[in-house]
Design a binder for this molecule. Structure first.
Ligand code: GRG
Length: 300
């Protein structure tokens, strides 16, 4: 596959951004009353840009099974709410302590720490409200399956657990398998869930669901390697956040463990694996294959 296909995915992602932003706006509570500050902060964080990779994966995985667009978009919006909550909390002084995200002041800098914590909490809660609503799917079993899979992906054995390991890992020497486990929990699990959504909505639990999980596992790890490479090689303006923070904090990453060249080669291999897992879907998976290429070519 040529780099041209990565450009196609990039364009599709760009076109998709306004679609998912409108959907998220429509799902936000009305900003009024004495609580309006927290709703404003939710809106600020949600609309501050971002690649919208996870919601795009949801919609593309749903398209493989010809799922109703409204169902897919609602789940996509819920996942972007969860992702945005994780970024707001990650940027707080008690965690990664960053002033800049997506090229803008982080939510706690724009508002204050307490408002940012509450905006993150409310976005996480909103995600579950969206998933449990009948408008997302008329079949309660499917709604429960979505909620169960998301809960497992982002809890103590998923994203939150990965963040805990990451926070403890500064200036500790993690082994390669421990780094991979930490990154899979912190970043990979939500990406895996995003890709699985199509199969959950279609109620299939066969080789096609497994293929989506394998695709996602591979792009998730490659995505993280590229993120670590950008931290070293990118500049703050391009990546929209402070560059060089991981090195400064002495964080163990696959790049610090393997070196730049070997890490880049591993990311290439992971992307090739991801693409081959999509063969089971024939030409229907063309966009997901292109997206895998975009993950490795991205500059932010
Ligand atoms: C606070 C519970 C909790 C978890 C935080 C997601 C996360 C866990 C931390 C973010 C820190 C980080 C830089 C992780 C590396 C990979 C990653 C998730 C990058 C950000 O995702 P993108 O690039 O962001 O998709 P955009 O801005 O495009 O949405």
């Amino acid at each position: 596959m040529s780099d041209c296909s990565a450009e196609l995915a990039q364009k599709s992602l760009k076109d998709f951004a306004s679609v998912i932003e409108n959907k998220m706006l429509s799902l936000l509570p009305v900003s009024e009353g004495r609580e309006e500050n927290v709703i404003e902060a939710m809106r600020y964080a949600l609309l501050a840009g971002g690649k919208r990779l996870r919601p795009f994966l949801v919609v593309q995985s749903a398209a493989l099974f010809s799922i109703d667009n409204e169902s897919a978009l609602r789940v996509a919006a819920a996942i972007e709410c969860v992702h945005t909550y994780s970024l707001i909390h990650d940027d707080l002084p008690a965690m990664d302590d960053d002033n800049m995200r997506r090229g803008l002041p982080t939510t706690h800098k724009k508002y204050d720490d307490a408002t940012a914590i509450l905006a993150g909490d409310a976005l996480l809660t909103l995600a579950f409200e969206i998933l449990s609503d009948e408008k997302t799917h008329s079949d309660a079993e499917i709604r429960c399956d979505l909620i169960l899979a998301l809960s497992r992906a982002i809890g103590a054995k998923g994203m939150v657990g990965g963040q805990m390991i990451d926070l403890k890992a500064e200036n500790q020497s993690l082994q390669q398998d421990e780094i991979i486990r930490m990154q899979n929990m912190k970043t990979g699990e939500l990406i895996i869930f995003s890709c699985e959504v199509g199969a959950i909505l279609a109620k299939v639990s066969d080789d096609r669901r497994m293929a989506l999980k394998k695709y996602a596992e591979n792009i998730g790890l490659a995505f993280q390697i590229v993120d670590d490479l950008l931290d070293i090689e990118g500049n703050s303006e391009d990546i929209g956040k402070t560059a060089g923070k991981d090195i400064e904090a002495g964080k163990a990453t696959l790049v610090s463990f393997k070196g730049v060249e070997e890490a880049r080669a591993l990311a290439d291999e992971l992307i090739n694996n991801a693409v081959s897992h999509m063969d089971v879907f024939d030409e229907k998976s063309e966009v997901l294959k292109s997206l895998a290429k975009f993950v490795i070519n991205r500059a932010h």
